[in-house]
Design a protein around this ligand. Structure first.
Ligand SMILES: NC(=O)c1ccc[n+]([C@@H]2O[C@H](COP(=O)([O-])OP(=O)(O)OC[C@H]3O[C@@H](n4cnc5c(N)ncnc54)[C@H](OP(=O)(O)O)[C@@H]3O)[C@@H](O)[C@H]2O)c1
Length: 235
């Protein structure tokens, strides 16, 4: 029996892939986990497998109304959201290049990967600041690193994750000294719907760095970084 830590985490895109595994690992560490997903039934199914620490939440990060409703529901039921894992993401322009980008794909990708994560932080972080404790993890990618970018493939995805990394830096600067730590995590190429079957690592390995950052202990000062395998990655 895992002892409840008193902390509540909200994980977006929690019903499959890395998100579901992040939920499982956070619950194993004693957190109550709000499994947030567009399809409520999918979140409920994950929660049935995880047991009483997991609670389903309907949430489409691309909809401002949905974000407001989900955060209101969570705060009403549980009082605080102590940990936010912005995991939901899409990658829909793989075959394209920087000179051949598609505007519709760009809009959907930015609205989900960048604006979605940012608006969640906007809705959740003020409560964290009031409580003097918070962990925000933006699930990013080495594809969003300016230093490591050596190709124009996946153009919308790269731009969205580079933007997300700037959000991490801005929030970390703005929240210095509040007890709220904000970091980006690169899970690495992982076998999920997005990563595909050829990826070298399973979700339990890919989830490790996001979960580590989501559970940084009280008093830790790690903030404003991009990490892979628990080590800093160049921006
Ligand atoms: N897999 C990799 O190799 C890899 C590498 C680097 C970074 N990442 C990042 O890791 C994160 C998780 O990816 P994954 O590999 O687990 O991908 P995945 O298997 O395709 O899962 C993506 C998740 O995001 C959710 N999602 C998409 N749009 C959403 C929206 N508007 N609102 C709420 N949820 C939404 C999906 O929900 P539905 O079920 O409703 O579609 C699904 O739960 C992403 O941010 C991704 O960029 C993955």
């Amino acid at each position: 029996m895992v002892e409840y830590s008193g902390r509540t985490a909200l994980v977006t895109g929690g019903a499959r892939g890395l998100g579901a595994e992040i939920c499982r690992q956070l619950a194993d560490r004693g957190l109550r986990v709000l499994v947030a997903a567009r399809r409520r039934e999918a979140a409920e199914e994950v929660c049935r497998r995880m047991g009483p620490a997991a609670v389903p939440l309907s949430l489409d990060v691309a909809s401002a109304d949905s974000v407001t409703a989900a955060v209101d529901e969570a705060l009403e039921r549980f009082g605080t959201i102590d940990v936010l894992v912005n995991n939901a993401g899409v990658s829909i322009d793989g075959p394209r290049t920087a000179l051949d980008f598609d505007e519709d794909s760009l809009r959907v990708t930015l609205d989900t990967n960048l604006v979605g994560a940012w608006r969640l932080a906007g809705a959740v972080v003020p409560g964290m600041v009031r409580g003097g404790y918070g962990r925000v993890v933006n699930v990013s990618s080495s594809y969003g690193s300016l230093t490591l970018t050596d190709s124009g493939r996946h153009p919308s995805y790269r731009v969205s994750k580079a933007g997300l990394n700037v959000v991490t830096r801005m929030l970390a600067a703005e929240l210095a000294g509040t007890g709220v730590l904000v970091n980006s995590a690169d899970p690495g190429w992982t076998r999920t719907g997005m990563g595909g079957p050829s990826a070298p690592r399973g979700p339990e390995v890919g989830a490790d760095t996001p979960v580590w950052l989501a559970t940084l202990p009280e008093g830790d000062t790690t903030t404003g970084g991009l990490f892979a395998e628990r080590k800093p990655l160049p921006w």
